[in-house]
Structures are given as C-alpha cells and as structure tokens.
Ligand binder design. Sequence first.
Ligand code: S3P
Length: 430
Amino acid sequence: MTSFAPAERLRGELTPPPDKSISHRAAIVGAMGDEPVRIRNYLDAADTNSTLAAVEALGALVERRGGGELIVRGPGLHGAASGGTIDVGNAGTLMRLLPGWLAAQEGRSFTLDGDASIRRRPVDRVAGPLERMGARVEAREGRFAPFTVHGAHLRAAHHDLPVASAQVKSCILLAGLAADGATTVTEPAYSRDHTERLLAAGGATMRRNGRHVTVVNCDELGFDEIAVPADISSAAFMIAAGVLVPGSRLLLRDVNVNWTRAGFLRILERMGAVVLGDLEEPSDQEIFPYEPVSDLDVTAGPLIGTTVEPDEVPLAIDELPLVGLLGCFAEGETVVRGADELRVKESDRFATVVGGLRALGGDAEATEDGFAVRGTGTLRGGVFGAHGDHRLAMLGAVAGLASQEGVEVVGMDAASVSYPAFTADLQSLV
Ligand code: S3P
C-alpha cells in the first residue's frame, strides 16, 4: 500500500511488533551461549532474519517454533565457525555487533558484506576499537563492507567513544566478554543499554558508573530465556498518528519503556502530548537484567514546539524524523541539535526528512547539525520519497493520515517485510 488518505480519527488497541534492537541482540548473545536459549517474540523482519541466517552460518542451530518463538543452540563464546561470506543484508546493527563476537575467534577469519545501502555505512568505528584489543580488520577503503575480521586473543581496553553509539558500545562489550580482563566503554552521552542488560541476564559481570560501562571477561553465558518486548520505535509511529489525527485514542500494549529508549516519549511530553504509561526512571549506576514494559495510552491533542538537545539525540535517534513531522503541526519552532549521526542511517536523514516534509508543504530546513521546523498547524500532503528507508516510509504513511490531502509514499519496495505489516496495523486503527 502506498497511498494514505486523511483519517477521521484513530481508535483501538494493538501490540506493536517485537523490538528490533533486542531481537538482533537476543539471537547473537543466544548463539554466544553454551546452553540452548529460548527466545520469545522474536521479530520476523528482513533485518532480524539476516541475523538468524548469520548465526546459523557461524554454527548455531536455530529452531523456529512459530509465533516468534525460537530455540538457539550456539557454538558458544569461542566456537564460531568460519566459512563463506556472511550476508548482513540491510542490517546495520548486525554488521556492527557481530564483529565483537568474531574478533575473539582466535586464528579464524570472517568476511561480512551486505546490500548497496549497507556498503555506504561506515564500520571503522567498530574496527578501530577491535584492533586496539588485538583483532585485525580489513575493510574496503578502510571503512566499508565488504570487510574481514581476523580473530585473535583479545586484550581488555578502555575505549573513549567520540560519538554516542549503542552499536559501537555493544560491539566492544561483546568482544570484552572474551578479553583478558575488564573492558570499559565511555560514551559522550547515554545510548540504549539493551546489550548491557542482556549480558547481565546471561551471567556476565557488568558495571555502570554514569557514562562508563564495564564488562568483565567470562567463561560462558547462560540464559533462562529471553523475552522480546514490543518495539517503542515502531510504537512511536502509532503514537505520532494518535497524537496528530484529531479525535484519536489508542492503547498500545506491552511496549518497552527502557529509559534509554524512551527519549521520544519525553520529547512528546514537552510538546504537550498526552501519552500515559509507566515509564522507567533514569538510572546512572545500575544495570537491570531485564527490560521494563508498559501499556501506553495515547490521546490526540495540540502540540507546542521544542528543542531536542544533543544529549537527548541517542535516546530518540530513530524517532527524530517523527519529531520533525510533529513539529509541522506544533505551535512555534521545533529544533533538533547535535544529530550528525542521522546522516549515516539507512538514508541521509537530514536530507530525506527535510526534503520529504517540504514536499508535503512543511516549513523545514536543515541546520548545521540537525534540522528546524516551523509549525503551521497542518500539512498539505503530496508525494513523499522514502529513499528505500523503511522508517521514512512509515513516517510518510503517518503524515498521510494527519494531512489535508493525503500522501503517496514512493521509493519503498512495497514487499519489504515490515512495511506492509505496519501499514496494515495503521489501517486497522482507522
Ligand atoms: C541501534 C542503535 C542506533 C539506531 C539503530 C539501532 C542498536 O544506532 O539508530 O537503528 O540496535 O544498537 P547507533 O547506535 O549507531 O546510533
């Protein structure tokens, strides 16, 4: 489906799809365990299926039991088998996390490659830290896929990250499990902490002191089971639709409300939106070995502009395009600062978000390190280019429901696994 007509109002309740970030991690850490791990509510989407295929290629047995339930029998921390090229497809998270495990496979080499879009996304940010720990990484032009990770006996190290990135932090923590001591990552700002929580659940010794996270090397990981909650990044599109389409009232069930993922809800609150839920409080010392969930109750209402500061960016990184859309309907100006990372996502989201909103009649412009939107209270509608980026396609769909004349989304393969499911969910609320 590519055309989205203005909606009267949205009503109903649904459980958003399983969390993508946690699904990737569950499959990877499951394969790094020695005992079979049961994973419940694993996301069935192209990216997360690439992760299952990747761990299978590395020697894991994956039993697909239906209904999102999997049993993963891994080769363990040190037992990944090398073979042909591992295809990461379009999954940036897989491409950046997996090398952390592979770097610890002494004497074995692994080549990773992906689609045309993944070949434009840098891997030097994980290659550098892994090399400092003793592995060797050879990448095309020094920073792009295809690249080869040569495993080694790893040394523990302290890494000071120049950019807050959960993918880079996670890669280092996975490598740190097999290094010869305690490995610490210091981030310039907090980023999502799913890897820390999962490793703690798997029995690894993890410590947090503010923006410093430490993993102590261990002999094995073991999990009772891993339950994947509903994805707040997917819920965010439903929430935006519920807030924007007048008269709407939605209930979203079992959504992950980990505070390192819920930045979008805090931004919405500042904008005056009414979204009720039992959100997790920030914690700068503890690593909880579980993910908190809550139902979210969304009511449409007027919005005011806000500024998203650089520290908030990693906590709402995938939802920032939606902040731009909401800004079009808000009173006053909405500004996102310190968001250079948006340039290296599935598309250059500075260009694609600003260009897309303008094409629909929005008053948006790119700034040096983000974007600014002047709210006009409405959006005309028109043709919206997704540039093969599924989050943009979903934004276009939400914009259509909230617009005056509807939106036609172009530039997205209509068969891409998660997009039709999303549009079906959205239409079920109309
Ligand atoms: C992700 C982290 C973010 C996010 C991506 C998923 C993760 O990337 O944009 O969609 O699962 O760790 P960065 O950590 O590179 O900013």
